[in-house]
Design a protein around this ligand. Structure first.
Ligand code: NAD
Length: 375
């Protein structure tokens, strides 16, 4: 076997998984020695988050406030406003309830103040978790969540990684994902798969990360098509949460390459939506790298349904079943931006299993723009 280094897939973060596991929230607050949590959500989930109020009060914990203005890409002016609110309320911990945007705000507050952070993910975008043997069996585990925080200031997004960014506790309760609409279920799930796929060929990957990546991909690739046809399927939703948790773990543990770089460039420079961009780019980025990662392609094909031994085919089949948009032009990207995107992507060298060559990369981006199938 190849020698490798392993640093634990995400430090000492605690994970509680299972349907109904939100009932453990008051105990988790007390476990941290806290009594005055501040709740965080987006404006869209302001009503849904109210459920936590009753759960906490049942356990004799009274939330000191709700900040419901969490925003995509964690703008720092929103973080400043939430910090002031947390101070005014005398909050002694934060509970984020929502997708990557709200969890990002929780991380931003926690890293600045040292306040402990409990998160309750409600999408699949890179920090989730269901149980391995599936569903309805509450499970407690150590692990999870990404130690990564992306923030936006003056229109520029920067990303940092620090073990202190990891939420102290993550509660994955499938009940809160049942309202996730079809398209967001699909795209946030593929966003999670993208983390796992790039982890398979990361320069610092290792056998443990490979296991997590493959099982996470398999769980999502099998469950997402069921979910888009049957949004209330608890078993499939739970399995997707489990997959997303594994995929979030590997994102925090090893380096990402071309796919993430492209999505960062496209999202940041052309204001394209995060999960949808990941979904469109994934098969194309993998097709670009395919000649240099035969072993990854083989392993990936094994966990993608109907791949017939071809991972690109497996990804194309998956996206077709998920009925997602396939072209960046559908989100407003202009054809002339293809050249600009290729320029930006080659201008800042980063490790990738295949050299970043402008012309083939430009063609990859063009295909993403046009919505052509990857091959
Ligand atoms: P999101 O958090 O922006 O949520 C999108 C919308 O869906 C919001 O209006 C939200 O309120 C709503 N929503 C969330 N859960 C819902 C539910 N169960 N039912 C109904 N509506 C629901 O979307 P996202 O894709 O989870 O996160 C995207 C953000 O996360 C981006 O800013 C991205 O950069 C970040 N992200 C960070 C990491 C990391 O490790 N740091 C990983 C992946 C994504």
């Amino acid at each position: 076997m190849q020698p490798f280094e392993y640093s634990g897939a995400n430090g000492p973060s605690r994970v509680i998984f299972g349907q109904g596991s939100v009932s453990k929230l008051p105990d988790e607050v007390k476990r941290l020695g806290k009594s005055a949590p501040l709740l965080l959500s987006t404006p869209q989930q302001k009503e849904q988050v109210q459920a936590l109020d009753g759960v906490l009060k049942n356990g004799s914990i009274t939330p000191v406030g709700l900040y419901s203005n969490a925003t995509m890409h964690t703008p720092t002016h929103i973080t400043d406003e939430a910090l002031q609110y947390a101070k005014d309320c005398n909050a002694d911990c934060v509970i984020s309830f929502g997708g990557g945007s709200t969890i990002g705000l929780g991380k931003a507050i926690s890293i600045r103040t040292g306040l402990q952070h409990i998160c309750i993910p409600t999408t699949y975008a890179g920090s989730k978790q269901p149980t391995r043997h599936c569903i309805c069996m509450p499970l407690m585990i150590l692990g999870d969540m990404t130690p990564i925080l992306g923030e936006t200031a003056d229109g520029k997004k920067t990303t940092r990684s620090d073990p202190k960014i990891l939420p102290t506790t993550t509660i994955y309760d499938v009940d809160f994902t049942m309202t996730l609409p079809e398209s967001m279920s699909a795209t946030s799930g593929v966003n999670a798969i993208a983390h796992a796929v790039e982890a398979l060929y990361a320069r610092n990957t290792n056998p443990v990360i490979n296991l997590l990546s493959l099982d996470g991909t398999k769980a999502l690739a099998e469950s997402l098509p069921i979910i888009v046809n049957s949004l209330q399927d608890v078993e499939a939703r739970s399995r997707a949460q489990y997959g997303a948790w594994l995929c979030g773990m590997v994102l925090g543990a090893v380096g990402m390459s071309l796919h993430h770089k492209l999505c960062h460039t496209l999202g940041g420079s052309f204001n394209l939506p995060h999960a949808e961009t990941h979904t469109i780019v994934l098969p194309h980025a993998i097709a670009y790298n395919a000649p240099n990662i035969p072993e990854t392609m083989r392993k990936l094909a094994e966990v993608l349904p109907e791949s017939d031994g071809d991972a690109i085919k497996g990804l194309n089949v998956l996206l077709t079943k998920l009925k997602v948009k396939r072209g960046l032009k559908e989100f407003g990207m202009k054809e002339e931006d293809v050249d600009k995107a290729a320029e930006i992507a080659v201008s800042n060298p980063y490790w990738n299993p295949r050299d970043i060559e402008k012309e083939p990369l430009r063609e990859t981006i063009r295909r993403c723009w046009a919505g052509e199938e990857a091959r």
